[in-house]
Design a protein around this ligand. Sequence first.
Ligand code: HEC
Ligand code: HEC
Length: 304
Amino acid sequence: MNDAPNCHRSLDREPTAANAPVPIWLIVFTLVLGFLGAVYFDHHSGGGDAKVYAPYNSATELAAVQPKDAGAALAAHGKSVYENVCGICHGSDGLGKPGQAPPLAASEWVAKDLTTLARVPLAGLNGPIQVAGKEWNLAMAPMGAGLSDADLAAVLTYLRTAWGNQSSAVSEADMKAARAAISGNAPSAAALAKMTPGERGHEVFKKYGCFQCHGPEGKGGVTNPNAKTAELVPSLIYVADGYNQAELIAFISRGERVIPRLNPNGPEPPHFMPKWNGIVTTNELSDLAEFLFSLKPKGEKLDF
Ligand code: HEC
Ligand code: HEC
């Protein structure tokens, strides 16, 4: 058995490093590797932006998947609340409608301090008021009284940043503080719990400003020029004769956008019955129905 044949050679002389040239294939291989590296870098580095990593290839692509900044996300949610609750009167373009609702675009009201602005959706507004140099003398019910602080903050932020408006965003915390300042005399949850359904319904009637159109205690409406109902928003004291509870709740929920005209060729009556679905809660609606039924004068019968 011949073991370690190389040992013989090592005995002959000291090993030396040969002075061989670098093989050409190695140079080519290195250059190709460098080139491929550069190509890869070009495609995956986001143009050298230190914030861009795989799997994203560019700053634009990365930006598309980032959460939008808080204000933009708030305004996007606010737009949907606006379309659902406010747009029917003020218009998707924020320009308002003649004889129906003033504009919100370029309105000084939208730029006012938050307590003043938030009072409009929370407590309603009765003219006369000035908006962008014109006088309006209508009534807005507290269409936002049933919205959460988060929804109100979003919708007011939308108002303040859409259509060229440039006021500061409203946070949920700002809105919470403004609501506390505005609805100081609303009954507490504990007080509400001690009330009868009819008494709670009376609070609901006040909370959503039904009285602004139907009069205090629903006893007589405000004038509604060219409305078939005696040019008045109707009183509500006899609804017990016209509706059962389910019908009444259904009517209040869907509202009545088009009010029959006294003179068919005359102008559209300015006040219509808002759609309360999604604003007044289900429990509030049944309490409200109890309250409205209780308005009928005792022992009285209608003669037709
Ligand atoms: C049923 C119709 C109606 C709806 C719905 C409505 N508004 Fe109004 N709004 C009005 C009317 C009418 C006025 C003017 C009241 C007056 O003349 O005093 C008004 C006035 C305003 C004003 C002050 C004046 C201005 O144009 O800047 C603001 C702010 C406002 N509304 C915000 C809202 C917001 C926010 C919502 C949704 C939460 C909303 N409104 C929903 C009818 C409506
Ligand atoms: C912006 C004005 C306005 C507000 C605010 C308003 N209503 Fe009305 N409501 C009307 C008008 C106008 C009519 C008449 C509809 C018609 O002629 O078809 C009406 C009709 C009604 C009727 C039907 C009356 C009948 O005799 O058939 C009920 C019930 C009613 N409203 C309840 C309410 C309640 C409850 C609220 C508060 C949550 C409320 N309304 C808030 C304008 C308003």
